[in-house]
Design a protein around this ligand. Structure first.
Ligand code: UFG
Length: 333
């Protein structure tokens, strides 16, 4: 079965390509290299021991999307990761986010319709639940008010996909809502490599651990949580990648939505302490003010994915800390 993975050289996309190849799917990648590097392709080929076809195309150009489907002929499903994803940048450049994320998605869907490819898996986010006063997010809660243009593009695309499905029930659409993806492949060859100074916790921890940045700022220690710091559901990217394979194999026909998370909340301080212990490294950190827009605590109710997809996370917070550091150390070499 041939699968088109858009954004297949990015953080989550690349790990998903590995798991798809491990499960003997035929994979082709579309990636415009906006937020990824071409050398990831060689690393993927090394891990998988197979050649992988890359279309260096921008999905905003519909004729290019058409060309992929015309050339490949027998694509059976699309896993759509490609999109801009920096929360802070999206607040500053909303139009860039709306036009890129929405146009590339509708182009893809229109071309799929033309070539009669009706299986679509969308890379969504727990951010679509918005600020709703709940701590444990369950799929039945529905979407809330999003807090960034990035989050709004995810919510809008979910809505577009729902409208599409209601117009034509022959589509099979799976919305996967990720919690906080972190970690790296155990080979140390692929992982997360944000441009510039990282905004997210784990990439920032890596830069402090490797001495590239001096001090980690903890955004607030006066939240109503276990130790006052923010609590999130961190999910190892390899577990997340396997969730996509399970969705491909086990999602029932129709339109289905799943949380992909561990079901467990971990505080910033707990993550730091685990990282220090597992890797035997001391991290410099200081407490600063809360970051605007951050919620105190949320994590996944992941029971639906277990029941319907037969998927759950297998890796621990210790694995996450070990594999992230292993990847970062490899970068130094
Ligand atoms: N944090 C720090 N210091 C840092 C970075 C983060 O203390 O330098 C804290 C945050 O306050 C939060 C936790 O670490 O409590 C996690 O923050 P991240 O930035 O790593 O992740 P977020 O939960 O804020 O972001 C995630 C996803 C986004 C999504 C967003 C909103 O990465 O894609 O949730 O739900 F949009």
């Amino acid at each position: 079965m041939k699968i088109l993975v858009t954004g297949g050289l990015g953080f989550i996309g690349s790990h998903t390509v590995v798991e798809l190849l491990n499960s003997n799917y035929d994979v082709i990648i579309a990636d415009n290299l906006y937020n990824s590097k071409e050398e990831v392709l060689e690393k993927l080929e090394k891990i998988a021991g197979k050649k992988i076809k890359l279309y260096k195309y921008d999905l905003k150009d519909k004729s290019k999307v058409d060309k992929i489907f015309e050339t490949e002929k027998d694509i059976e499903a699309v896993i759509h990761f490609a999109g801009y994803k920096a929360v802070g940048e999206s607040v500053k450049k909303p139009l860039m986010y709306y036009s890129n994320n929405l146009i590339s998605t509708t182009n893809l869907l229109e071309v799929m319709q033309k070539y009669n490819v009706r299986k679509f898996i969308f890379s969504s986010s727990a951010t679509v639940y918005g600020d709703n006063g709940e701590i444990k997010y369950v799929e039945t809660m529905g979407r809330g008010e999003t807090t960034s243009p990035y989050g709004t593009t995810k919510a809008m695309i979910e809505k577009i996909l729902e409208d599409l499905y209601f117009s034509d029930n022959s589509w099979n659409i799976t919305l996967l809502r990720y919690f906080n993806p972190v970690g790296a492949h155990e080979s140390g060859l692929i992982g997360e490599e944000p441009n510039g100074i990282p905004n997210n916790l784990m990439p920032y921890v890596m830069k402090v651990a490797s001495g590239k940045l001096e001090t980690l700022s903890i955004f607030g220690n006066d939240y109503p949580t276990i130790d006052g710091t923010g609590v999130r559901d961190y999910i190892h990217v390899v577990d997340l990648a396997k969730g996509h394979v399970k969705a491909l194999q086990n999602a029932p026909d129709g339109l289905n939505t799943y949380n992909l998370g561990s079901g467990k909340g971990v505080s910033v301080l707990e993550l730091i302490t685990t990282f220090e212990k597992v890797n035997n490294i001391k991290l410099n950190y200081k407490i600063v003010d809360r970051r605007p827009g951050d919620l105190p605590e949320y994590f996944a109710d992941a029971t639906k994915a277990l029941k319907e997809l037969n998927w759950k996370t297998e890796k621990t917070i210790e694995d996450i800390c070990r594999d992230s550091w292993n990847y970062e150390k490899n970068l130094e070499k």
